[in-house]
Design a protein around this ligand. Structure first.
Ligand SMILES: Nc1ncnc2c1ncn2[C@@H]1O[C@H](COP(=O)(O)OP(=O)(O)OP(=O)(O)O)[C@@H](O)[C@H]1O
Length: 484
């Protein structure tokens, strides 16, 4: 619709009041707007990957657009120390190529939201920005100050009136806001929008708070715009939110809300959440006496859970996503020269049966290295743990293999960094499942080997304990997503 036939059509217009000639390259993989000032001859290029979006603005009867974009953006945050946030830029243009406008126009839904917010501005705003100050290497605060705030201002949202900003002050801030504000309003049928500057942890805390009490019939799922500021950012990488250079702002501006698929992990009564670098333990939320934790990314046991747990320290966090590989090496090549641990438990898988029902089956293997169920394709940038998973497809997949030497684990899991080739290895099991259960049956004495990871949180199960994971059909949250 509206596309011009030639690849490099030229259009005459203005940028911030100066006459220019536009050229729009729209290769499948790389879109680029270029313009040349008529007077000075100066050339400017704006990559599609840097564009947040554009919307119409009145300019004395002429159709003009306000274009929002970033400059100097680093690739998606993976928590490297030297990372910086991009710089915000904007311009007002007339005469932009029609197909450029089509490609980057901010969805009217966001602009409707602004109208809605303005209409409700006498009440408490229902647009919230959560800045998770300790996510990743702490870029969220600067990104909000330097970029997000300006984007919201340009769209017409006023801080304090149309939206509220919450900076996390402790590990429970997100849970507190979600429990005290998002949940009651969602249950009252109020549409809410949450701009979340965090890693996967902020999403996990929000989901669990929203599921901590029953949903009313009037429940309206809040819409989350995830601006990935964590370390792994599994959701953002898997949904393609981090594909461009805007750190989630393009998805915020131009994405469509879609239900976020969930799983429910239920645990034996003595299971405890490990916090504060495993120095303290806490009880989980319980449903009819059963401790539960909901997740949207991963539930694992064995090598993966161990390396997430071991690397969640202030010291390791300085290394960003590299912390996972550093902890992996430490687990695979213990200092005393011994081989990696052989994890012992009974693992059962819930599969669809031929009669359309479901059936539990016990894995034959009694010793394990890697047992991981996931709803997403990537657990960190470039780490495709489940290559068949499609964004928000709601399929739970199991990746598993038995004990191997450290070098062999490195080789096999190295293939996950090459597009997910590990799942083609003979030693690796990979399947679509309905659920999974691990019964420890007293087979592991050391509590270290009974740690379960749910979306980055670590739960330690008692010696005779168990965990059972199942897909959960409830729709509690929408997440903005741009389908590719
Ligand atoms: N001010 C704060 N004080 C203490 N804890 C905080 C504070 N702000 C955030 N946190 C905690 O830091 C953790 C950050 O988790 P989050 O998932 O957002 O980032 P990450 O672990 O770096 O990324 P990912 O989960 O994507 O790998 C959460 O547990 C959150 O509760």
């Amino acid at each position: 619709m509206g596309a011009t036939p030639s690849k490099d059509s030229q259009w005459t217009g203005e940028v911030d009041g100066k006459r220019v000639e536009f050229t729009y390259d729209r290769d499948k993989d790389q879109k680029q707007l270029r313009y040349r000032y008529k007077k000075s001859g100066r050339h400017v290029k704006i990559d599609g990957d840097n564009i947040i979006g554009l919307f119409s603005v009145p300019r004395g009867g002429v159709s003009a657009s306000s274009l929002l974009y970033v400059k100097g953006a680093n690739q998606p945050p993976d928590g490297k120390n030297d990372q910086q946030v991009p710089t915000f830029r904007s311009l007002v243009a007339t005469g932009l190529p029609e197909d450029f406008i089509q490609n980057f126009r901010i969805d009217t839904k966001l602009l409707d939201l602004q109208q809605e917010a303005v209409a409700q501005s006498t009440d408490t705003p229902n647009i919230h920005v959560i800045v998770s100050t300790l996510s990743g290497t702490g870029l969220a605060k600067g990104f909000f100050q330097d970029v997000v705030r300006h984007v919201l201002g340009h769209i017409g949202f006023r801080e304090g009136k149309d939206y509220l900003v919450h900076h996390t002050r402790s590990s429970t801030t997100v849970t507190e806001i979600a429990t005290s504000v998002f949940l009651p309003r969602a249950n009252d049928g109020v549409p809410q929008h949450i701009i979340l500057l965090s890693g996967d942890g902020g999403v996990l805390d929000t989901i669990n708070a929203l599921l901590s009490r029953p949903q009313s019939p009037a429940y309206v799922a809040p819409v989350v715009a995830l601006l990935p500021m964590g370390t792994g950012n599994a959701l953002a990488h898997s949904l393609g939110i981090s594909r461009d250079h805007t750190l989630g702002l393009a998805t915020f501006a131009r994405g469509t809300p879609k239900p976020l698929p969930l799983f429910r992990a239920a645990f034996s009564p003595g299971a405890r959440l490990l916090v504060d670098e495993s120095r303290r333990e806490e009880r989980l939320h319980s449903e009819d006496g059963t401790p539960v934790l909901y997740g949207a990314v991963v539930c694992s046991w064995g090598f993966h859970a161990g390396l997430v747990a071991d690397s969640d320290t202030v010291e390791y966090r300085k290394y960003g996503a590299e912390r996972f590989q550093m902890a992996a090496k430490a687990a695979l090549f213990p200092e005393d020269g011994s081989p990696p641990h052989r994890y012992r438990a009974k693992v059962s898988v819930l599969r669809k049966s031929a009669d359309g029902g479901e059936k539990w089956e016990v894995l034959e293997r009694e010793e394990h290295m890697y047992v991981l169920t996931t709803l997403v394709s990537s657990l960190e940038k470039g780490f495709t743990v489940s290559p068949d998973s499609k964004p928000l497809d709601g399929r739970l997949r199991l990746v598993h293999f038995g004990p191997m030497g450290g070098e062999e684990v490195m080789r096999v899991m190295g293939l996950a960094y090459q597009g997910g080739g590990h799942v083609k290895e003979e030693a690796v099991g990979y399947e679509d499942i309905e659920g999974m259960r691990i019964d420890f049956e007293g087979r592991e004495d050391d509590p270290r080997w009974r740690r379960i990871c749910v979306d980055g949180k670590i739960i330690r199960v008692e010696k005779d304990g168990w965990v059972e994971v199942r897909k959960d059909p409830r729709h509690v949250l929408d997440i903005l997503n741009i389908s590719s």
